[in-house]
Ligand binder design. Sequence first.
Ligand code: CFM
Ligand code: HCA
Length: 542
Amino acid sequence: APAAEAIDPAAVKQELIAKYPTKVARKRGKQIIVNRVGEDCSVPEIGANTRTIPGIITQRGCSYAGCKGVVLGPTRDLVNLTHGPIGCGFYSWLTRRNQTRPATPEEANFMPYCFSTDLQDEDIVFGGEKKLRAAILEAYDIFHPKAISIFATCPVGLIGDDIHTVAKEMKERLGINVFAFSCEGYKGVSQSAGHHIANNGIFKHVVGLDDTSREGKYRINLLGEYNIGGDAFEIERVLEKCGITLVATFSGNSTYEQFASSHMADLNTVMCHRSINYVAEMMERKFGIPWIKTNFIGAGSAAKSLRKIAKYFEDRELSDRVEEIIAEEMVEVEKVQAEVRARCEGKLAMLFVGGSRAHHYQDLFAEIGMRTISAGYEFAHRDDYEGRRVLPDIKVDADSRSIEELEVHPDPDRYRPRKTAEQIAELKRDGLSFNDYEGMMVRMADGTLVIDDISQYETERMIETYKPAIFCAGIKEKYAVQKKGIPMKQLHSYDSGGPYAGFKGAVNFYREIDRMVNSRIWSYLKAPWQTNPELAATYACE
Ligand code: CFM
Ligand code: HCA
């Protein structure tokens, strides 16, 4: 492969869009950007969060996936009931590898179950509400959950079943919390719309219901951490060592009660900004809980995040403890880093994942000397690329209201906001809140290609052009990439690996990437048509 430096990224971009019809090329042109970071940390504008052009093979998923699969799916004691044909529930059933660990064997854990109304043709014709009511009753009778959440799939929206009225009726009848999400797959342009719907729903129906306060001097929530491959377990281990109390996680290894009492925390720390910023904003407004951006992917980032939390609490005891833990954990990290770096230094990575990992995992690669030559998100918005600074006016809504209209906690006898609006404004001025939220592009080198919603065609061209040492994406991309002879790491499900978060996670990741990029196995691999040209000819003729 030619050295990456010898390749002109602007020419690569032109080549990528050359095959498209004019209008498509114009649109993709705005979503494929040669990165350039200005002295003031400005970055070029990128087109994002727009509809994928029909016919293009995209990596994206649907709104239902973002709502049911991503945000609510990991909560173990919620009966997450999919109202729809069985495929939607079945294919979102644990495929994300979100893990959970009940505190006792008796504690409810419904994750091993897949709940669905299993709609049939007949229900589509005559309506599915009856079936939905029956399913809720059946789940209640068998499992006696504290809460049941209902998720609409595409056909449910098309036939117009009123899932919210059914939820309300059943809530009154059963005396448990029942709430519904209109997260039909076709809503919006990607999973991202589903996150928003989920956030609004949990905030409206659950957050703030239970004023039970957890013991602890430093009580935080962890937002946007989903315990994929056990990441949350590692973060929990580190926080506990530091003496930081985790009140609620949205939503890795979480329970319904954690959400209900999450407003009793002192601080929200936001890991995946894309999927959960709405809850952070709404809690800040209603409960006076400030939020800061954190990231536990990468040992350096994990250390930085712990320091940021300690800084927030302005407590000497905590910062001393945090420094002690970082020093302790970094011994093994640095040892493995040095060993692996010697074999990985300078190798190229490409990352095309979701709405935050394409950014966060660049830190892990950098720690072993690998360079990210190209990266992009599936469904992120402009702020995830360009940073919050350039887009200060992003609106969040709860139930179609703007954030400004959202009530500050109305009952001062029951709950006192952690900080006043003035105090929060002051924190933001000090750069401790969202003002310091950087996007992906400012951290990437000049001349790297940032590609939003990359297509399969572009993926193949990028691989042929740069021959990266590793390509990271999801299951749909996996085998096409491997057939090109390039090691492929799933950064969604982690294949069968993980955790990769925190300090132990970083060590796991270094070792695994080392094995992948330094294995010779891929150079022995030939696609069937490379050894048997007749096969190619046969396909070409058909
Ligand atoms: Fe956030 Fe996620 Fe991601 Fe995401 Fe996802 Fe995921 Fe992802 Mo798959 S919440 S944006 S919608 S970090 S499921 S745990 S891996 S695409 S980069
Ligand atoms: C989703 C979930 C997903 C898919 C991963 C993949 C996940 O978006 O519906 O394409 O491999 O992380 O499980 O992002």
